[in-house]
Ligand binder design. Structure first.
Ligand code: FAD
Length: 391
């Protein structure tokens, strides 16, 4: 694969060396448990992979979006549970730099960059997922700040999070804002889900009962929280495509190696087009996904619109990656359907991407609306801008 510049090629090589030597061999065993990968988080922090978008004067790398895409892909290849913090910490750090008050940056940026704190972003609620703007978590103004009450659900890293961005409705104005909440705050409790994949990073619910956040901990202006999160979706949906690529490539590499060794009917499997052509097709699809994802990041870097590209990536990349891994399982025969190899873990992990950050239907809605306008939902659902889109 060819990166845009020699610097990015060097960056990919150095990340690959680090993550494959540090995480690859332990991925399979770790994927079975629910122990948060604190040791790996520290390794990622020590090597500057958690603050790639943060300017050097704030302690980050200032390496840019393309570098972040590469880091997500390469880390997911080695261990998806280590890739998630690369994804989440970089996004969270970027949000803090862009929108948080200096005291919030002072409190959380250092620990996040160093891999000494775990973060989560909480938008979804029991009654609102795709229809995100229907959220009911309340932020009640009190002396010196806000009290948050409500429940967030299906939040990645919630069980181990130290700090969470909570999207809530201000009770006095009805505006939706985003708040940086310390998870140690009285009134906050979490519940861990039993998940098929991404078990070490975990997912869960967050209950808030009058949890206090100081005034300074509202991100940006009041009422901008929803738009802020929607704009981050254009980035996170693109980065998810890179993580999906990493997982799919690992399965494909395992398969390329396996089919050269395995013989049937007196010949290696590589003699049969029924084996080699699916591999050729999946490599084509993965290469095309990477090209679109790279373009979306270039557009973001240049300040060009990329909501539609991010939506295309969010429905397409998980599907391409899932189908790749599924075929890799079959191309391994019976050993593919066992826990002796990591393929089943990869399959479970990659299936995550089909739902988190918005389903395929919602992404296609965004794309269709960019073609036909807002009438698209008129016959089939709500007509307002309440879905997870920012257009
Ligand atoms: C692994 C994982 C990690 C997640 N991590 C986070 C996180 O860190 N933070 C967070 O806030 N959330 C997170 N989520 C939640 C995720 O964003 C929501 O699950 C997702 O947006 C869908 O919402 P829902 O589950 O409420 O499904 P619903 O909105 O109830 O939808 C159910 C089904 O109906 C379809 N549907 C709904 N409306 C329409 C329509 N108008 N037209 C066509 N089809 C429609 C959907 O596509 C879906 O298939 C995560 C989810 C998963 C699975």
């Amino acid at each position: 694969m060819v990166d845009a510049t020699p610097e990015l090629t060097d960056f990919r090589a150095s990340v690959r060396t680090l993550v494959r030597s540090s995480f690859l061999d332990t991925y399979h065993e770790r994927s079975k448990g629910t122990q948060y990968p604190y040791d790996s988080l520290k390794t990622l922090g020590d090597n500057g992979l958690l603050g790639l978008l943060v300017p050097e004067e704030h302690g980050g790398q200032g390496a840019g979006l393309q570098a972040l895409g590469i880091a997500c892909e390469e880390t997911a290849y080695a261990d998806s549970s280590c890739a998630y913090p690369v994804f989440a910490h970089n996004v969270m750090a970027d949000m803090l730099i862009k929108f948080a008050a200096p005291e919030v940056v002072e409190r959380w940026l250092g620990p996040l960059l160093a891999g000494e704190a775990v973060c989560a972003i909480a938008l979804t609620e029991p009654g609102s997922g795709s229809d995100a703007q229907a959220l009911t978590t309340k932020a009640v103004p009190v002396d010196g700040g806000w009290e948050l009450s409500g429940e967030k659900t299906s939040i990645t890293q919630a069980p181990d999070a130290d700090v969470t961005v909570v999207v809530a409705r201000e009770s006095d104005s009805g505006r939706i804002s985003a708040f940086v909440m310390d998870m140690d705050q009285p009134g906050v409790s979490t519940h861990r889900f039993e998940d098929p994949g991404f078990r070490p990073t975990g997912r869960g619910s967050i209950a808030m009962d009058r949890a206090f956040v100081p005034d300074t901990h509202r991100l940006g202006e009041g009422g901008k929280g929803f738009a802020m999160i929607m704009q981050e979706f254009d980035l996170t949906r693109t980065l998810i495509a890179f993580m999906a690529l990493g997982l799919a490539h690992k399965a494909l590499d395992m398969t390329i190696e396996y089919v050269q060794q395995r013989h049937t009917f007196g010949r290696p499997l590589t003699h049969y087009q029924g084996v080699t052509f699916p591999i050729a097709e999946h490599l084509t699809h993965l290469t095309a996904v990477r090209a679109l994802a790279t373009r979306a990041l270039e557009d973001r870097e240049a300040g060009r619109p990329h909501t539609v590209e991010a939506a295309m990536l969010k429905w397409w990349a998980p599907q391409v990656a899932f189908q790749t891994v599924q075929d890799c399982v079959v191309l391994h025969g019976h050993v593919g359907w066992s826990e002796d190899l990591p393929l089943q873990s990869i399959l479970r992990d990659v299936s995550n991407f089909q739902i988190g950050d918005g389903t395929a239907q919602i992404q296609k809605l965004i794309i269709a609306r960019s073609i036909f306008g807002r009438q698209v939902m008129a016959d089939s659902g709500p007509t307002t801008a309440t879905t997870q889109e920012n257009s």
